[in-house]
Design a protein around this ligand. Structure first.
Ligand SMILES: [Ca+2]
Ligand SMILES: [Ca+2]
Length: 79
């Protein structure tokens, strides 16, 4: 039981780290969020509609939470 819990915690940590690393990779100006332009550099086929689908709170940028939700939901491929 204890081993299973540790395994779950480890899996969650790894997922979180990967998502953060992906945002950091896309975030070329280092402001902690990914703009449409920054995302286009990595995903050249992304449309504004596709970006809007990822930017769920509509503030014009994708934060780590939105990026994680998008990768888990299959909206954008894992970087
Ligand atoms: Ca940025
Ligand atoms: Ca947003």
């Amino acid at each position: 039981m204890k081993t299973a819990l540790i395994a779950l915690a480890t899996a969650a940590t790894v997922t979180g780290t990967l998502a953060s690393a992906a945002v950091a990779d896309l975030d070329s100006d280092g402001d902690g969020v990914v703009s449409f332009t920054e995302m286009l550099a990595v995903y050249p086929t992304l449309t504004e509609e596709g970006f809007s689908a990822v930017d769920t709170n509509g503030d014009g940028v994708v934060d780590a939470e939105e990026f994680t939700a998008a990768t888990e939901g299959g909206l954008i491929p894992e970087a």
